[in-house]
Design a protein around this ligand. Structure first.
Ligand code: PLP
Length: 389
């Protein structure tokens, strides 16, 4: 019966008609690559992040790589991050020739455990890449106290955290480098894209070079290249989408918080005790609720795949998993990482499921997703009880 309802994805972008019309204008304007729309988008983002310099790019991934290059991270340096993130977070460390080091996660926040971070610091550690999974910030005061104590740069992987707060301050409005993604599933999108919040204009100028082949222009026809840059600029088509999305950021962040609250209300106070599943922490006031993730009960192998398949087949509800532990990928095993090194990440990586959460979602959609989760988990508990007999 519920399978006849339209498919409820775990994420879906919303682009309003005004933005679609504005993109049409850019397409007809004769200037579609980086230009005035980018300047306007960077200015708006800079204002949003408290006046700090901001530069746009064609992905969130490259902003982290470029931040590491600006920070002078090089072969022989160690950079500490979390094993539970999108591969980009650790890949960029290898990309600049440095050595990735992981610190296990906290089972409640599912973010990097700051005790484990401190324990992982060596004389070769030069930077930290913290990740704000699902939009939940770390303890930012303690993070920066550790960074300052050990003289480490911080490249915040805030890909999921636009609109998140720490002590009432926007993530990205304080601290060291902050990297944001505008990939299609993020709270606001430019299709693909990202931005980097920097500390000063000197860093911003260097970021511009890394963004476009290291080029500096001067006079009428002067050009020089003194830095090995790449091709990472954002087109005005993308920036126009970003300008339209920023208008709705505050309203959609509030809506996502209301959806999250409805999730907790619908699951009810007994859900965890009855099913053995774990809800996220109720981080109202800090999280932007980019993802709503539950940890499934540890009922044995295959649990998550079965759960995801049944959510889809029996209820037509989409789910995701964010993320598999990075240190167990082949590329990382080849560098000596193996099972057992980060047990919390390995367990959460196996059991985490992302439920639907997107800007156009309704309270009825939340009710449908929760009913589906309860139905699948209750029959799964029943099945394992029968099997145990
Ligand atoms: C989306 C995401 C990225 C990568 O961003 P792209 O824009 O896809 O390059 C990196 N880290 C995290 C945590 C993300 O969610």
């Amino acid at each position: 019966m519920t399978a006849e309802l339209p498919f409820l994805p775990f994420s879906r972008p919303t682009i309003d008609e005004e933005t679609i019309a504005a993109v049409g204008e850019v397409l007809r304007s004769g200037w579609i690559t980086t230009g005035p729309k980018n300047q306007a988008f960077e200015a708006l983002l800079s204002e949003y992040f408290g006046g700090r310099p901001v530069r746009t790019f064609n992905s969130g991934t490259c902003t982290m790589e470029i931040a590491l290059r600006i920070a002078g991270i090089k072969p022989g340096d160690e950079v500490i991050t979390t094993p539970i993130s999108w591969p980009a977070t650790a890949n960029v460390i290898i990309e600049v020739g440095a050595t990735p080091v992981f610190a296990d996660i906290d089972p409640v926040t599912r973010n990097m455990d700051l005790d484990k971070l401190e324990a992982a610091i060596t004389p070769r550690t030069k930077a930290i890449i913290p990740v704000y999974l699902s939009g939940l910030p770390l303890d930012m005061d303690r993070l920066y106290a550790i960074a300052h104590k050990h003289d480490l740069r911080v490249v915040e992987d805030a890909a999921q955290a636009i609109g998140s707060l720490w002590n009432g301050k926007r993530i990205g409005s304080f601290g060291d480098f902050a990297s944001f993604s505008f990939q299609a599933n993020k709270n606001i999108t430019t299709g693909e894209g990202g931005c980097l919040v920097l500390n000063n204009l000197e860093e911003a100028r260097l970021a511009e070079k890394y963004r476009l082949q290291g080029v500096t222009r001067s006079g009428v026809d002067g050009i020089d290249v003194d830095v090995l840059g790449g091709k990472y600029n954002m087109s005005d088509i993308m920036a126009t989408i970003g300008l339209g999305q920023m208008k709705n950021l505050e309203a959609l962040t509030a809506h996502r918080a209301a959806l999250a609250r409805h999730y907790f209300d619908c699951f009810g106070p007994d859900f965890e005790a009855q099913t053995g599943a774990q809800l996220p922490i109720q981080a109202f006031g800090t999280s932007n609720w980019h993802l709503f993730q539950i940890i499934l009960p540890d009922n044995g192998p295959g649990t998550r795949a079965d759960f995801m398949t049944r959510m889809q087949k029996e209820h037509n509800v989409g789910t995701g998993y964010h993320y598999a532990p990075i240190h167990l990928f082949t590329l990382y095993r080849e560098r000596g990482f193996k099972e057992g090194m980060f047990p919390v990440a390995e367990k959460i990586g196996r059991l985490t499921v992302t439920l639907p959460m997107f800007n156009a979602m309704t309270f009825a959609d939340v009710e449908r997703a929760v009913a589906a989760v309860k139905s699948v988990l209750n029959s799964a508990v029943l099945n394992s009880a029968v099997l145990a007999k």
